[in-house]
Structure formats: C-alpha cells, structure tokens
Design a protein around this ligand. Structure first.
Ligand code: 5GP
Length: 127
C-alpha cells in the first residue's frame, strides 16, 4: 500500500517490528534516539537506514511532534553513522522519502545514507 503521508502511524510496519526485535537487522549504530542498520536491498555500495525510535510517519510528523531532544538525537545519530562508516572523505548522500510522489514504502520516518562510491545525479530525470 502506498503511504499517503497523512496516514496514522502503523505499529505493524517493518521498522516498528525491527525496533521491537521481531525482525533481525544488521545494526550499524544505536543509541537512545535512533537505530541505524543496513538496507536489505542496497542501492549503493553503502546503504544504511537511520530511524528514530519514536513512532513518526514522516518528516512533517517528526518535526511536529518529536521533542527537541529526539530531533537533536536523531540528527546527531545520522552524522555519527556517516562518520562511523568512513564516508566523510569520499562523500555521501542523505535522502528521505515521504508519501506517494516519493514512493515511500515504509511508514516510519527514516533517512537513507548512501555512499561508498559515485552516486550519480541527485534524482533520475523525469521521463
Ligand atoms: P522508502 O522507500 O520507504 O524510503 O525505503 C524503505 C527501505 O526499506 C527500502 O530501501 C527497503 O529496501 C528497506 N527495507 C524494507 N524492508 C526491510 C527490512 O525488512 N529490513 C531492512 N534492513 N530494510 C528493509
């Protein structure tokens, strides 16, 4: 089902199950605010997902409801992940999909961290 961006949080989404330990993951980093793990279908030599531990569907939801502590903790974790993966020198890309136009698959706010090699253009040209 496409995620509209207006949907309420679904506790049965894949990342909620990962946070509850019901589905295994290859953890890169974890702290109170965030969990980072390798994407199951990597689209770059390094492809890691960083998710907040709270129940947020999207960036709008996260910005609107999360505490300053959660928001700071999440973005600090994103930076720590990029550094821990050794991506600073070669560079990396952070991307987040929201709603139908962006093709969001999992309705738990997350950012993708890509790196490990040239990443091409920012987005595919529209056909
Ligand atoms: P979205 O399109 O929502 O931004 O990205 C969701 C991402 O989650 C996709 O890149 C997909 O490969 C990844 N993903 C989906 N299910 C799983 C899973 O069970 N484990 C992991 N590690 N990644 C998953």
């Amino acid at each position: 089902m496409p995620v509209t961006g207006l949907d309420p949080y679904d506790d049965q989404n894949i990342f909620a199950k990962i946070l509850r330990g019901e589905i295994p993951n290859k953890t890169v980093y974890e702290d109170d605010a965030a969990l980072a793990f390798h994407d199951i279908a990597p689209q770059a030599p390094v492809h890691v997902l960083v998710i907040p531990k709270g129940r947020y569907v999207s960036a709008v939801d996260f910005a609107g409801r999360a505490s300053d502590r959660e928001i700071a903790g999440f973005w600090r974790a994103v930076g720590r992940v990029a550094a821990k993966l050794g991506l600073e020198e070669g560079g990396y890309r952070i991307l987040s999909n929201h709603g139908i136009h962006a093709g969001q698959e999992v309705p738990h706010f997350h950012v993708h961290v890509f790196g490990g090699g040239p990443l091409g253009r920012m987005i595919q040209p529209r056909s």
